[in-house]
Design a protein around this ligand. Sequence first.
Ligand code: CU
Length: 126
Amino acid sequence: MKAFFVVLTVASVYGCGGGYGGTTAPSNQPTNTPPPAGGISVENNSYNPSAKTVAVGTTVQWAWNSCTGDPNYGGTCTAHSVTFDDGTGSAIQDHGTFSKLFNTAGTFNYHCLTHGTAMSGAITVQ
Ligand SMILES: [Cu+2]
């Protein structure tokens, strides 16, 4: 009788999958990446923060946070890019990170190739 109780307990612990019926989660699905301290979050249709000022010699990292829902179970991750006015920048990607070293003072505007200047940001280097 004790063994039966243990089996029931284990089954209930692993049964709390939110109704997924015990299916195994697929691996390597895109997921959100929290930005590092001082980094910029790439969200759906905006960069957060959209304006940032850094010192010359700073590497800025963007981290994609454009997934909604559980990506393992039908969630979706929207693709965005970080594209500077000179055409350089990240790929159009739906997860991961992109880093850029700023060695020159100035204002560097960027936007998303998919969503246009409605999704834009600027790095001021001084
Ligand atoms: Cu976009």
